[in-house]
Write a protein that binds this ligand. Structure first.
Ligand SMILES: [Zn+2]
Length: 63
């Protein structure tokens, strides 16, 4: 296999590789939520703080 390129602005699920989707329900001025369509991870993004908080589901790790 070739090289794996990790971008700084990672917006794909590390588990299944699917692109994260923005949750419209959580839209706020200063924060939005990106999550895996399969429910593996969730990211809370605070653009003005340049901060991303990532949540992972422990039960869905590597097997
Ligand atoms: Zn996933």
């Amino acid at each position: 296999m070739g090289n794996l390129i990790k971008r700084l602005t990672e917006d794909r699920c590390p588990v299944c590789g699917k692109k994260l989707v923005i949750s419209d329900e959580k839209w706020m001025k200063s924060m939005y939520v990106k999550s895996c369509p399969e429910g593996h991870i969730k990211k809370e993004v605070y653009p003005h703080l340049q901060t991303t908080i990532e949540y992972k589901k422990n039960s869905l790790g590597h097997r």
